[in-house]
Design a protein around this ligand. Structure first.
Ligand SMILES: Nc1ncnc2c1ncn2[C@@H]1O[C@H](COP(=O)(O)OP(=O)(O)OP(=O)(O)O)[C@@H](O)[C@H]1O
Ligand SMILES: [Mg+2]
Length: 300
């Protein structure tokens, strides 16, 4: 396999994609045969350790979401290998995957899309537990309350519908749902770009807190270099279906080697380290204040 990282059957990485490839049909003949394919992902290798965040940054259509979907096995890769906790799941059949089911979860940009508007919040969060037979209805109800508390939501919101919640609350619900099956890894694809600025901070802060308390690996996809730098341990920069640069967040931001990364950085002002620290501290304060205020009633 080309440029595969060190063998990792030992499960050192929570999730790992090696030499991933994906093309999509671009043109078809009048008989429906595909005559031209667009290369969306062209030999991408990424991996993330438990408890760490890999940021993936890059312009629109560079292949970020396609990589994420292949890592989560929401779309099959045309080539390459996907490993979850060291286990090759690339071609695993459903039955063989069962014990690992739920270990990689995705959170999307638009919480409207990931929550069924006709379900109650409680059912949305419980659904994975019930579908995968991990809990009885009574157990699921208890776990829903716990999960909602984990994401700083009042358990009484369980009876509401998604339409009655704010965008930030909805994104918290989709995180609670993603946590239901106790994943090792969250893949967050632009999780905050549909939210207003203050809600963004809350959600990013929540993800950091969950990472600290649960040892979650996180793959965070964003257009925004400032967000990526602030939250990621390592960063991969994608350009036209390839990773053009990969390194620690500081390496990539302070000493970018690739001209594309430099251009990307020039177009996004990155606050200095002091500002970053201050911001992180502010996030923590906001979160503490928010949690303190939660006793006041549902929502916030
Ligand atoms: N289901 C699909 N069918 C056809 N083409 C697709 C499909 N999904 C993605 N593509 C194409 O693959 C390329 C990569 O898309 P992808 O969504 O992975 O980019 P992205 O980096 O996530 O972009 P954005 O930042 O806009 O979300 C694009 O050219 C896109 O048009
Ligand atoms: Mg995308």
């Amino acid at each position: 396999m080309a440029e595969s990282p060190t063998p990792s059957g030992d499960g050192r990485y929570a999730v790992e994609g090696m030499d991933l490839r994906k093309t999509f049909p671009l043109r078809r003949s009048i008989l429906g045969r595909v005559t031209e394919r667009a290369v969306a992902v062209d030999g991408v290798s990424v991996r993330v350790e438990p408890g760490k965040t890999l940021g993936i940054v890059g312009e629109s259509a560079s292949g970020k979401s396609t990589v994420a979907r292949m890592l989560a096995k929401l779309v099959p890769a045309d080539g390459g290998t996907v490993r979850w906790g060291g286990v090759d799941v690339t071609t695993a059949r459903t039955g063989a995957l069962r014990p690992l089911r739920g270990s990689i979860q995705m959170i999307f940009q638009d919480p409207y899309g990931s929550l069924d508007s006709s379900y109650s919040i409680g059912y949305s969060v419980a659904e994975p537990l019930l579908v995968h037979r991990r809990a009885t209805r009574a157990q699921a109800r208890e776990q829903v309350a716990e999960l909602l508390e984990t994401v700083n939501l009042d358990p009484r919101l369980a009876d509401r519908r998604p339409g009655e919640l704010s965008g930030g609350q909805r994104q918290r619900v989709s995180i609670a749902r993603a946590l239901a099956l106790r994943p090792t890894t969250l893949i967050a694809d632009e999780p905050t770009s549909a939210l207003d600025v203050s809600t963004r901070a809350e959600i990013l802060n929540l993800l950091m807190r969950l990472q600290d308390s649960m040892g979650l690996a996180i793959v965070l996809i964003s257009h925004d270099f400032a967000t990526i730098r602030h939250l990621s341990h390592r960063v991969a920069v994608m350009y036209r279906g390839k990773v053009v640069e990969e390194g620690t967040a500081d390496e990539v931001v302070d000493n970018p080697q690739d001209p594309y990364t430099r251009r990307l950085l020039d177009s996004v002002p990155v606050p200095n380290v002091e500002q970053q620290r201050a911001r992180r501290a502010r996030f923590r304060e906001d979160d503490a204040a928010w949690r303190a205020g939660r006793a006041a009633g549902p929502g916030a």
